[in-house]
Design a protein around this ligand. Structure first.
Ligand code: G6P
Length: 607
């Protein structure tokens, strides 16, 4: 989720590169860097913080260059810092690389290269690529990059330059790259937003393709050295449309990103042979995890709901006592903690003041603290003893969507790991691993029902109240569905465990009250059907999220959205999505600012 820009031509490269990465800053903004060729030298400048910091530094240098690459970073390996910013260099300092994506076999390659005598300057996965290209470089940069990439597992969009060549080599696997064609000049970008001010004629690279770009033109090939005829396309989108990926709002874009963000969260973390999850940031604390007597999950807002799902997962799968605490209440409650307690702080931003305070309190009491964060190098990621990044990329819409599903999938892997180092059998572990791996494509299937959900929203967008009900793993989804609707549509909505309805909320039900049930096939299926009947016979209107092909419930309710089957513990990842879309469409129909709802902030840094 970072940004790449490159330029080769006759104009001053530095202003073009800086302008380009600034246009990509919305995709990642924790550090930035630039590498250009000037006076037979490779000049490198990198800076933590916003791009304006880098710009200030560079303007003092008065560089004249007509070829270079630049990057704005959203950290995945190594916290944001001057040295971890891209570009990264090889040992000789002659090869510079910028990279988007994640190299899964980073550790193996790093060890291999170290044995060959390469000296690393940073813990980043990108630096590995620079050394690999150096290892294979014999005067042909394209070939060296091709050989290097043959060793790489994972995703990449890269741009590479060499001190002694007027050439930019780029390559793509799972992370977009585009070449822009100007008059006697060429541009490279990970996103057309960076180059449409210069040209609208572009060539999109496909996965497995590389290109060599020189002053004379560009040549596209693939990893097998076949030449590819490039297809030149014209970009017709406006800048605003591009930044939102063609969606009208960031929130909708982020909802639709979920198959990819979930894929990123599980990438390299599932071991099919052993039926276990590999969580590098936790493995170092494996002994403490084995000894753990209590797990506490602490968080705020949507992340707290992810924690509630995690509680069900951990108790059932790992058989360890688990509690979920509002971070804001945690330290005022004198929690009983000791060295056999493990406290997970779940947070998208990693900056929420209440969650940070809870981490400090847990540490003070001797517990092991671990983070489940999105923003790499954030305060909570740094303050905890270890943790797992969810790799969801920047979440811009204030209402959290993709971060929630990624937090839940990461928690499922935590539950799996905790289970497998305790009583969970190999077969049970395998079943969970398989189910996790199938989720991204199943989420894609749910998203296909967007139109249907929009039509349902049209019937209800004028309602003043909503009730959301679910049981077991889907009780937290009821809370999250109600929160999403509240946050962006300002409709009063409440979430309850379905069985609790009869202890109070049932009094609210009449023919004007929409009740959303999460009623997928699960161990509590029959009970949920009874709850639906209780609402129907009081004339309530029922919308239900149900399992694919469930005719029984379909005949009972007024509106139904189907989701694919999965194991019980993972169903929240599928059932949340229709509720995100329902809230989104209702808010749009009410004419509200979906991405910036009133009174709310993306990151709450006050207690
Ligand atoms: C704010 C946001 C919520 C978010 C919560 C926790 O209230 O509006 O969307 O869930 O903070 O944020 P965190 O960054 O810690 O996940």
């Amino acid at each position: 989720m970072c940004g790449i820009v490159g330029y080769i031509g006759k104009k001053e490269a530095v202003p073009i590169l800086i302008d380009g990465i600034k246009r990509l800053e919305y995709r990642g903004y924790d550090s930035a860097g630039i590498a250009v060729l000037a006076d037979n030298d490779l000049i490198l400048q990198k800076k933590a913080g916003r791009i304006s910091e880098l710009e200030k530094e560079i303007s003092n240098l008065k560089i004249h260059s007509t070829i270079g690459i630049a990057h704005t970073r959203w950290a995945t390996h190594g916290e944001p810092s001057d040295s971890n910013a891209h570009p990264h260099l090889d040992c000789s300092g002659e090869i510079a690389v910028v990279h988007n994506g994640i190299i899964e076999n980073n550790n193996t390659l790093r060890e291999f290269l170290k044995r060959k005598g390469h000296k690393f300057r940073t813990p980043t996965d990108t630096e590995v690529i620079a050394h690999l290209v150096e290892e294979y470089y014999k005067g042909d940069l394209l070939q060296a990059t091709r050989f290097a990439l043959a060793e790489v597992e994972g995703t990449y969009g890269i741009a590479v330059i060499h001190k002694r060549k007027r050439e930019i080599v780029i390559a793509r696997m799972g992370s977009p790259l585009v070449v822009g064609q100007g008059k006697d000049e060429y541009f490279v970008a990970s996103d057309v937003a960076a180059l449409i001010h210069y040209t609208r004629e572009v060539v999109y690279l496909e996965d497995g393709e590389l290109a060599s770009i020189t002053d004379e033109g560009y040549m596209v090939t693939n990893l097998n050295e076949d030449e590819i005829i490039p297809k030149i396309e014209e970009v017709t989108w406006t800048l605003d449309e591009i930044e939102k990926g063609g969606y009208p709002h960031y929130m909708l874009k982020e909802i639709f990103e979920q198959p990819t963000t979930l894929e990123n969260a599980i990438r390299g973390r599932l071991n099919f042979t052993e039926g276990i999850a590999r969580l590098d940031g936790l493995d170092m604390n494996l002994e403490a995890l084995q000894d753990a007597e209590r797990i506490i999950l602490t968080a705020c807002g949507t992340a707290w709901h992810a924690g509630l799902v995690g509680e069900y997962m951990i108790e059932k799968t790992a058989g360890i006592a688990c509690e979920v605490e509002y971070a804001s209440e945690f330290r005022y409650r004198s929690p009983i903690l000791d060295e056999r307690s493990v406290v997970f702080a779940i947070t998208q931003s990693g900056e929420t003041a209440d969650t940070l305070a809870a981490v400090k309190e847990a540490k003070r009491k001797g517990a092991l603290t671990l983070g489940i964060c999105n923003v790499v190098g954030s305060s909570i990621a740094r303050k905890t003893d270890g943790g797992i990044y969810i790799h969801a990329g920047p979440e811009i819409g204030v209402a959290s969507t993709k971060a929630f599903t990624s937090q839940v999938i990461v928690l499922s892997m935590v539950a799996l790991l905790l289970g497998r180092i305790r009583h969970l059998s190999y077969e049970e572990g395998r079943e969970i691993v398989e189910a996790i791996s199938e989720l991204p494509s199943r989420v894609g299937k749910v998203l296909k029902q967007n139109k249907k959900i929009m039509n349902i929203a049209r019937k209800f967008y004028k309602s003043n109240n909503f009730l959301f009900l679910g049981r077991s793993y889907n009780y937290p989804v009821a809370l999250e569905g109600a929160l999403k609707l509240k946050e962006i549509s300002y409709i009063h909505a409440e979430g309850y465990p379905a069985a609790e309805m009869k202890h109070g909320p049932i009094a609210l039900i009449d023919e004007k009250m929409p009740v959303v049930f999460i009623a997928t096939k699960s161990m509590v299926y029959d009970k949920i059907i009874s709850n639906i009947q209780e609402v129907k016979c009081r004339k309530g209107i029922v919308l239900a999220v149900i399992s694919e092909g469930d005719e029984e419930i379909k005949n009972l309710v007024d509106y139904a959205v189907e989701v694919p089957l999965t194991i019980d513990m993972l169903s929240p990842i599928l059932t949340t999505i229709p509720l995100q879309l329902l809230a989104y469409h209702i808010a749009v129909m009410r004419g509200l600012d979906v991405d910036k709802p009133r009174n709310l902030a993306k990151s709450v840094t006050v207690e």
